[in-house]
Design a protein around this ligand. Structure first.
Ligand code: SF4
Ligand code: F3S
Ligand code: FES
Length: 263
């Protein structure tokens, strides 16, 4: 959902009571606020002031704001450890994980806004799950096997540790959505599968248990909503909090899919 920002919306300032610690940095956190369930209220920036503290992350700062200043502030967190991917937001305009961002590494004044591309739930909370599920269903991101019946007594097939490592490397994606939010193509093309989707195809392509071949993968990503929509902007690679090798994987996939196109 695209949010028009009202030019004259007032910036409200609220200040947390001084904390009993030695922090001297007074943070001014400007947060883009909007609740789509109340469309009569326009999107606007709201400023909160908070004393910095040793080891404070944006997760802690936002929780403190919600606890002490404004219980209506919406944002998402689950793991607080960079694992669940639910706390991604625009931090000074750049996608990142709030729970892995220390306030001491930010200027005294900074902005927080919801990730673009994804459906807005409210304030900093977006529905990445719905987008990821749609992408996942379109790309069929699960191991495809041809056998009719599953034999649960059968021993698991062995896999070389080097190959398992390569698959694991790509499997580290936490579906945070940062790569999608940083991608110009994703902003223009609603059905673009993003670096996250292309990375998943690269992952299943490596997996010997998946019986799909490049013909099958071409059917899934051989168009402008797939690998040929990528313009090599590399925003995805720059912001991925798990440092996945997205640029290499996309370039490799593109070469493979071009070969299929001219087969
Ligand atoms: Fe997040 Fe990286 Fe996965 Fe994209 S590829 S969803 S940035 S972890
Ligand atoms: Fe987008 Fe990454 Fe390609 S930013 S255009 S998916 S290289
Ligand atoms: Fe889970 Fe930030 S809360 S990644």
């Amino acid at each position: 959902m695209r949010i028009p920002i009202h030019p004259v919306a007032p910036a409200l300032v609220q200040t947390a009571p001084a904390a009993a610690d030695t922090a001297t940095r007074l943070l001014k956190i400007r947060i883009l606020r909007f609740d789509p369930r109340q469309p009569e209220t326009l999107p606007h920036w709201q400023t909160y002031e908070l004393l910095d503290a040793a080891g404070m992350t944006l997760f802690i700062a936002l929780s403190e704001i919600r606890e002490k200043l404004d219980p209506s502030l919406q944002f998402d967190f689950v793991c607080r450890a960079g694992i669940c991917g639910s706390c991604a937001m625009l931090i000074n305009g750049r996608p990142g994980l709030a729970c892995r961002t220390l306030t001491k590494n930010l200027d005294l004044e900074f902005t927080l806004a919801p990730l673009p591309v994804f459906e807005l739930i409210g304030d900093l909370s977006v529905d990445t799950g719905k987008w990821m599920r749609g992408m996942s269903e379109r790309l069929q991101t699960w191991v495809h096997q041809q056998e009719e019946a599953v034999d649960l007594r059968r021993l698991e097939a062995r896999m070389e540790p080097e190959l398992a490592e390569k698959i694991y490397e790509l499997d580290r994606c936490i579906e945070c959505g940062c790569c999608v939010a940083a991608c110009g193509t994703a902003r223009m093309r609603e059905d673009f599968v993003g670096a996250v989707g292309l990375n998943k195809i690269a992952r299943f392509r490596l997996d010997p248990r998946d019986t799909r071949d490049d013909d099958d993968f071409y059917e899934l990503i051989g168009d402008d909503d797939g690998v040929f929509g990528c313009m090599s902007l590399l925003g995805c690679h720059d912001v991925c909090p798990k440092q996945l090798p997205l640029s290499t994987q996309i370039a490799f996939l593109r070469r493979k899919m071009v070969a299929m196109a001219f087969k």
